[in-house]
Design a protein around this ligand. Sequence first.
Ligand code: NAI
Ligand code: ENO
Length: 364
Amino acid sequence: MSDPHLSTVHVAGAGLIGASVGLALRRAGVHVTLSDRDPEVARRAGELGAGEPRTPAAPVDVFVAAAPPHAVADVLDAAVRDGLATSYTDVAGVKAGPLGELARRHPGLDALVGGHPMAGRERSGPGAARIDLFEGRPWILTPLPATAPEHLARVEALARLCGATPVRMAPDEHDRAVALVSHAPHVVAALVAGRLAAAEPAAVEVAGTGVRDITRVAESDPAPWVSLLRENSRSVAEVLRALRADLDAALDALAALAADPDDVHAADDVRRLLAAGNAGRARLPGRHGGRPEHLAVVPVVVPDRPGELARLLAAIDTAGVNVEDLAIEHSLGQPAGLAELLVRPESADLLAAALTADGWSVHR
Ligand SMILES: NC(=O)C1=CN([C@@H]2O[C@H](COP(=O)(O)OP(=O)(O)OC[C@H]3O[C@@H](n4cnc5c(N)ncnc54)[C@H](O)[C@@H]3O)[C@@H](O)[C@H]2O)C=CC1
Ligand SMILES: O=C(O)C(=O)Cc1ccc(O)cc1
């Protein structure tokens, strides 16, 4: 199929996702107009460069509904009735409900393709928008049985212009997938973080990076998540029920160990639960949304003096090794931090040797 025509887009809902879409499309040369239920939000998004805050003068190539999930069906319904575009899509985190509702209101509508970019932040509003938010991320497209190929191709082109990789799924397949990889984990993160809210200060103060890592998304504003969980309640409940069975198994094993610390069966049950975690985590795609990346870690001690990190980066550059990621562990009052350099396994020995030769303390 030849490249679909895509030079004008209207984004309705100029918050985090809508404004990020606008920024990315404008960079790609697309003419973007914006609207929001709150005109001040559209004005602010426009000021930040996400598009022109006005109704388009003529039908656009694609209309993007970037409003909260519960509002998407009404926003798309009004746009379709007003004939605002050639193709229609949305970005909501749940698909079967809103798209099913729209298909009921417009039977046979062939111009609609559901969409969901798998990228976000813990903050909302246009001020949190990022031009590169979708770079290298999957953008799930959920065509309906009536969707015509030209509209699917046009919305795929929009996802690509935003830097994302389009992935096709059926709407209910999407809802089950995001329940597993996003919605249920969000609830669990919130529950774990919730345990900290009323805990003894002395306990919270010794928290390390582990609890920080698994509770990152618990920083999010609850309101949009209530909306998502309401719309995807069945699929999320299914994942949480399975998790409850795992928790019960962990509790049984711990009770057995409390009664008899030498109970080898109970210890093996605990080991199996933790090993299942290793297996699940190993299946997660890498940062670029591709196949799992098994990166090696090269930990290096960085003295707590000005310029040391820059000196380390220069040494890595000299070694000619590509660092895929970098994390720094540092405790206040400690004379040194630990930089964890993530590299492809075949480069780890080379980097460790080069840094050691340059006088760095490499912990391997
Ligand atoms: N926040 C995230 O991490 C992600 C969110 N999404 C989806 O993107 C959509 C928007 O979410 P965010 O940008 O995060 O929220 P946001 O709160 O930053 O922006 C939503 C905007 O929609 C506007 N709005 C509400 N009702 C409207 C209506 N009827 N017509 C026009 N505008 C309306 C609000 O005034 C607000 O400015 C949601 O459907 C969400 O599920 C998708 C991927 C990631
Ligand atoms: O933080 C993460 O892991 C995300 O992937 C963010 C995210 C949040 C909400 C969505 O609907 C989609 C993606």
